[in-house]
Design a protein around this ligand. Structure first.
Ligand code: NAP
Length: 237
């Protein structure tokens, strides 16, 4: 049995979670599309992993990949999904191509559902999805990403009942410095400084803030059908 499957674990929050779970003596399989990214992540993790990290290439938006992933991995205690293809989907809707919007829905929403569908009968503990602050705090852009994030709440509620006693939850991060920001095309440091000054927490989130939130959701056997907001109070300002 694999302790944890992290779909999107080759970078950002997923990679931080892999590091956290390895430190908790769990074994981990990380999943993504890029073989190079997975190899680099594995090389980074291996020093602490002692052979406890596996990699699988799969695209969460393709049903044959998701089915093949669960066939290959077999029984798994926890599944965490951080994967999303948001390329070209940030900014006002007038500037977003429908192909980019479709890719968001295919990966972030339909991909999440495919994971629930193919994890059924194989996952024993929990599935945790990743949404995001823009579902709760519209800012005049990124609307299709926000819509997919919002829909994950309903998906997790439905699957929490459908797959019970497997627990199904959502972690909703605020702004966190990860590679996804490189696709957004803004002055990241200026935006982060401005946002940090507005947030009750007084700072931007770290990948470890989010990894700790995933860990608490994995560990707490009474949490299901819930969204855990880890956003420094962003929804309040
Ligand atoms: N960073 C933030 O401020 C923030 C805020 C709110 C919500 N979020 C959400 O948090 C989640 C994690 O993002 P992150 O910030 O950690 O960004 P990230 O470093 O870009 O992580 C995303 C990972 O998903 C993988 N991925 C993308 N498309 C995939 C696909 N179709 N199939 C399989 N894997 C795929 C990527 O690897 P490959 O490209 O190799 O596949 C990458 O390793 C995302 O859902 C994002 O929308 C982020």
């Amino acid at each position: 049995m694999t302790d944890a499957l992290i779909i999107g674990g080759g970078s950002g929050m997923g990679l931080a979670l892999a590091r956290t779970l390895l430190a908790e003596h769990m074994d981990v399989t990380i999943v993504g599309r890029s073989a190079d990214r997975l190899a680099a992540a594995r090389a980074e993790l291996e020093t602490a992993a002692e052979g406890r990290v596996g990699t699988v290439r799969a695209d969460i938006g393709r049903e044959e990949d998701v089915a093949g992933l669960f066939d290959r991995v077999g029984p798994v205690e926890h599944v965490v999904v951080t994967a999303a293809d948001v390329t070209g989907a940030y900014g006002p809707s007038t500037g977003v191509a429908s192909s980019a919007a479709r890719a968001v829905l295919d990966t972030k929403l339909l991909g999440a559902w495919l994971v629930g569908k193919h994890a059924a009968g194989r996952v024993t503990g929990s599935i945790t999805y990743t949404s995001g602050i823009n579902a709760y705090r519209p800012n005049g852009s990124n609307t299709i990403v926000a819509a997919a994030n919002g829909a994950l709440t309903s998906l997790a509620s439905g699957l929490a009942v459908e797959l019970a006693p497997v627990r199904v939850n959502v972690v909703s991060p605020g702004w966190v410095d990860t590679p996804v920001w490189d696709q957004i095309g803004m002055d990241k440091q200026a935006a982060f400084t401005d946002m940090a000054g507005r947030l009750p927490a007084g700072r931007i989130g770290t990948v470890d803030d989010i990894a700790q939130a995933f860990l608490s959701v994995l560990r707490n056997g009474f949490v299901t059908g819930t969204v855990l907001h880890v956003d420094g109070g962003h929804r309040l300002v």
